[in-house]
Design a binder for this molecule. Sequence first.
Ligand code: ADP
Ligand code: MG
Length: 875
Amino acid sequence: MVGSRTLSKDTPLMQQWRDAKSRHPDALVFFRVGDFYEMFCEDAEEGARLLGLTLTSRNNGGAADVPLAGVPVRARDEYIERLIRLGRRVAVCEQVEDPAEAKGIVRREVTETVTPGAVLTDALLVANRNNYMVALVEEDGGYGIAAADVSTGEVIGSAVAAAGLEAELARFEAAELLLPRSWEARPLPVADAVIRTYRPDWLFERDHSAETLCRHYGVHTLDGFGVGPQDGPAVRALGALLCYLAEVQPSALATLRPPRLERSGSAMALDEMTRRNLELVEPLRTDASSGRRSGTLLEVVDETVTAMGARTLRRWLLQPLVEATAIWSRQDAVAELLEQPAVRRSVRAALKEVRDLERLAAKAGAGRALPRDLHALGASIARLPDLTEALAGAASPLLGRVRDGLDPLQDVRLVLDRALADEPAAALGSGDVIRAGFDAELDELRGVRDGGQDRIARLQASERQRSGIGSLKVGYNKVFGYYIEVSRANQGRVPPDYERKQTLANAERYVTPELKEWESKILDAEERIASVEARLFSEVRRRVAAETPRLQAVAGRVATLDVLAGLAQLAERRSYVKPEVHSGYALGIEAGRHPVVETMMPREQFIPNDVVLEEDRRFMILTGPNMAGKSTLLRQVGLIQLLAQVGSFVPAAAARLPVCDRIFTRVGASDNLVRGQSTFMVEMQETAAILYGATASSLVLLDEIGRGTATYDGVSIAWAVTEHLHERTRAKTVFATHYHELTQLGEQLAGVVNYNVAVREAGDDIVFLHHLRPGGADRSYGIEVGRLAGLPATVLTRAKEILLELEGSHGAGGAGLGRTGRHAPPAAGAAQLSLFQAPEPAVLKRLRGVDIDRLTPIEALNLLAELAAEARGGA
Ligand code: ADP
Ligand code: MG
C-alpha cells in the first residue's frame, strides 16, 4: 500500500491525499490545493517525469518529507491532455467546500477521472472522430460489445461470434477498453497503445447489468430498447460500461442516449488489416525520408462542413452497408444533391453555420457548457429552418426523411435568445452573459455598476479642476483597484485629502474617500452580478439540458445531410459516377481510378484501368515488375467497391458492382509495414482467416502473399491458396504477385485470368505505363528496376550475364522457377510437377532463391563473390 510506513505521522492533508489515492490507485491524483493541483509521492515522481515539472518536497509534519510536483489550476486541461495522450489517467480531486467556511481542513473529493475513453474537454477530443470507450465480455465463445462516446451521448451494443471480434473492435477504434479482471493476461486483437481498464468480473454479470441499465434509464424492462433474447452478451457489456462511466464521469451520465443494438449482418465487417491496408482512415506509413504521409481515403472523400458530418462519414466508411436497398437510398440522395447544385449550395451554406450540436448538447447535459457554447447552440439552431427550406422540394425518400425529422427546436432557441447576450463573455464572471431586460434584479445591479463607473469617470474632470493639475488621471488596475495618478512634477499641488497608495517611477497614485466609496459600490454590484448571472445561466443550461435527446436527434439528421451533400460535392469535384449496385455476382469497372493516388498527381497523369471479375473470370492473377502499379490497382478495386457500399459515387467512367459481404485485403510480409515486425507466421494466419471467412460474395485482394518465406514455399502456398479460393470459396479475387509461375494457373483453372501491368522497354531502361492488359508479365525486369534504383553498372552487367546463362541452361520449354511466361506454355500437370523436381547444381539453386528486388548493392556484390567461388569450386 501507499507509504504505509508514514501513515501514523501524516499531516491531515496527506491523510486526505492517501485516502483519495487508495481509491484511484491506477490514476495520477490531481489534488487541489489553492491555486494548484498537487501530485504527491509516486505520482509526483511520475508526473514530474512525464510533464517535465520540477520535483520538490513538502514538509510532512515531522514524518519524512514527501515528493511534490504541481500544476497551476488554469493550466489543468493542458497537463491532463498531455497525460492522457501518454496513456495515463487522472483523478481530479477538488476542494468541495469553500475554504473560508471550512472547519479544519477543507473537504476534498474526486469529482471526475479523466481517462482516454471518457473525456469531455474539447482539447482532448478530435472534432471529426468519435471517442469510444468499449466494454467487452465473452459468452458461449462469442463476445458482447458495448461502446459509448460520452462527448456525444452515443451508446451502442452488439454481439459477435469469436471470428468477428477483431473487425468489430476495429470499427470502434476504441480509445479505451473495459475488461473483466480475469482477462488481465489475455491477448486481444487491438493495438497495445489502447489503454485497458479491468474491473471485477461480477460487474459484467447479466442480472447486475440489466438492473444497472433499467435503473439508469428509468425503465422496468429493456424491451423498449429492442433488446431480445439474443442480446444477452451485449446487455452484459452495456451494464458494465455504464457502471464504469458512473465511476469516472458521473456528470456525463445524464446525456447518454438509450443503447442502440446493432445486430451482425446489418453492416460489413472490415477486419483491421483490411481497414489499414486500404488506408481508410489512417495512413499506413509515413515516408521517413521525406516525412510525407500517404493519404487516406477519408481525407480525400471528406467534403463535409460540420464536425458531426465528419464523424458520421468516418463511421460510414468503417461500416459499409450490405443491403442493396439501403445503398440505393443513399445513392438517390447523393444523386439528387449532385443534380441540383442550387439545393446543395444552400444546404451546405446553412450547414457551415451549424456548430457541433451533438457535443454542445452533451456539454449542456453534463453541466459543462460555457456561455459561448450555449450561444453557439442557439446560433446553430437558428440555421435549421434554412435547411428545411432548402430541402422543401426534395424527392429522394432519405432526404425527405431528414427534412421531415428536423425538429426546428424553436422553443430551445427562444430560451437561448431571450436569456443570452448577443455576444456573451467567454466565461461566467468575465463580463456580461445574460441579456439586458431578462432579469430585473440583474438590470438594477448593472445600473449601479455602470452608474458608479460613470461617476468615477467624471471624477477625473472634477478633481482636475479642484487641484488645478491638468494631467491628473483616474485609472484602474487589478491589484490596487481605482486610483488617481499625479505626476512627480505636480506633487506639490496634491490636495491634503489624497491618500498615497502606490509609488511609480514618475508618478504617485492616490485614493480619496469618495473614490473608495464608489469603488466599493461597484465591486459589490459586480460580485452580485456575477452570482445572479451564474444562477440565471445555470437555469438556462438546465432547460437546454432537458432537451438533450431532441438536440441529439437533430444532430444525427444534420450529420446525415452533411455527409450526403458532401458526397455529392465530392462526386462533382472529382468526377465520380454513380455505380450501378446490384445483387448479382459480377464486378465491372470501366476506367477506374485510385481515389487517393489520383489526387497526388496532375489529373491526366493517372492512368485509369478497366477491371472485370465475373463467374468465369473471377480470379485475376496480376503480374508485372516492381513499381508497375499492381498494388495500386488492387487497392483501387477494393476502394471503389467500398465507396459504392457506403452509398458514395466512385472514381470511374462507369461501374456495375455487386454487394459484397466482406472485403479482405492482405499484403505479404515483405510489403507489410502495418505491423512493423510482421512475420511469415502472421501473414499465414491472416491468409487462413480469409480462407475461412470468405464466401462467394466476398471480394479478396491479395498483394504478394507468400513472399515472406523461401521462394519454393512461397510459390507452393500461393498456388494452393489460389486453387482453394478459385474452387471452393469462389470469391472474386485479385492476386498481385511477382511469382510468374502462378500465371500457369491462368491456363489451368477455368475462372483464373492473367493480367499484367504493362511496361515498355526502351533500350536498357523501362517505362512504366501503369496500364493493365491481359496475359502474364513476360519478365520481371528486376535488373532494370535495379538500374533505376542505382545498382552499380558492374553489378548490373554481371547480373545480366548470369541471367542469360540461366535462361540458356534452363530456358525454352522449361517450366522451372525461372521466367516461364515468355516461353512456350507448359503442358498442364507436367508443368506443376516440374516445379519441384530438378536435382541441379547448388549454385543454380541459390541463384534461384535470390530476390534481386530485395538486395542491397553490397549484398549483391558479396553474393556474386560467393557464387563465383562456389561455381569455381563446384564445377
Ligand atoms: P507495384 O505494386 O507494382 O510495385 P505500385 O502499385 O506500388 O506498384 O505503384 C508504384 C507507383 O506507380 C505508385 O506509387 C504510383 O505513383 C504509380 N502508379 C501506380 N498506378 C498508377 C496509375 N494507374 N497511373 C499513374 N501512376 C500510377
Ligand atoms: Mg506492390
